[in-house]
Design a protein around this ligand. Structure first.
Ligand SMILES: NC(=O)c1ccc[n+]([C@@H]2O[C@H](COP(=O)([O-])OP(=O)(O)OC[C@H]3O[C@@H](n4cnc5c(N)ncnc54)[C@H](OP(=O)(O)O)[C@@H]3O)[C@@H](O)[C@H]2O)c1
Length: 252
């Protein structure tokens, strides 16, 4: 199986890439920090291909898919994982950073998907995995651009599943809550200290990677992790209240 993972240089993407490499699959690793991708690729000589690309430019997408398939063959799984989190007060927004985050979090995943799909549909098999966020189900105060980007990706992903099913192509939409990573550490530091924030259920990239691989194998529609956050789909009203009531204020 050939799996392409964006944002494979750290956190959740690195954990997904490591898992597939350990399983013996061929893996294309995409991100900007090439040294980190090279280090991971060295663990599986001949089965890993590195592409250093800045996905703030969605026009990189066609070349990324083309190069990956030339190196390791037709793509079986595309994992749209690369993402950035812009936090801060909307009334003091950094528009340049916000607009850039929408290109990384929404436009590049959609462009990569449209580039990968013709081949998958023609072969009658394949899978697209979109790493959205709990921010799509329960948007968080202080994350104006991030909420918009993850809501957009999740909506595109959920709607694509039934469209592609007759073509044999599957879609997995992933909603991580807090999962230890560079992004999660940075996000925590932006909020004022609070007893509730210190106790929120937090997962690990490795456990999430296993759930994602299982969803791909068994064609499950979505992954919500840590699992307790699945309650938010059943109880959207109380979830909204809890998030509004208990999200700590941003630090200056
Ligand atoms: N951790 C959480 O709590 C959490 C919760 C919900 C959703 N998520 C989502 O999970 C995904 C992975 O996040 P993470 O927590 O693992 O964070 P992370 O450790 O900061 O990883 C982010 C990855 O995205 C890549 N990336 C960022 N900007 C890029 C760009 N312009 N071009 C190419 N690659 C870029 C980074 O690689 P380079 O810097 O090397 O380019 C890195 O590999 C993201 O989509 C995030 O929104 C995370």
């Amino acid at each position: 199986m050939h799996v392409l993972i964006t944002g494979a240089s750290s956190g959740i993407g690195e954990a997904i890439a490591s898992l597939y490499l350990q399983r013996g699959d061929a893996v294309t690793l995409v991100a900007r920090r090439k040294d980190r991708l090279d280090e991971l690729a060295a663990t599986a000589p001949g089965r890993a291909h590195v592409i250093a690309a800045d996905l703030a430019d969605p026009e990189r997408a066609p070349g990324v898919i083309e190069e990956a398939e030339a190196a390791l063959g037709p793509l079986d799984v595309l994992v749209n994982n690369a993402g950035v989190q812009v936090m801060g007060a909307a009334h003091a927004a950094d528009w340049t950073a916000g607009e850039r985050s929408l290109r990384v979090n929404v436009l590049s995943p959609l462009r990569l998907t449209t580039c990968a799909l013709p081949g998958m549909v023609a072969r009658g098999r394949g899978c697209v995995v979109d790493i959205a966020s709990m921010a799509a189900l329960a948007p968080t105060p202080g994350m104006f651009f991030y909420n918009a980007s993850k809501g957009a990706l999740a909506a595109a992903s959920e709607g694509l599943r039934a469209e592609l099913a007759p073509h044999g192509v599957h879609v997995v939409t992933v909603y991580p809550g807090p999962v230890t990573s560079e992004m999660e550490t940075a996000a925590r530091a932006r909020f004022a200290a609070s007893a509730t924030a210190a106790r929120v259920p937090t997962g690990t990239p490795e456990a999430l990677a296993r759930l994602i691989a299982d969803a791909v194998d068994r064609r499950k529609p979505r992954v919500i992790y840590p699992r307790v956050y699945a309650l938010s789909r059943l109880l959207p009203g109380p979830t909204r209240w809890l998030v509004d009531r208990f999200t700590p204020p941003l630090r200056d």
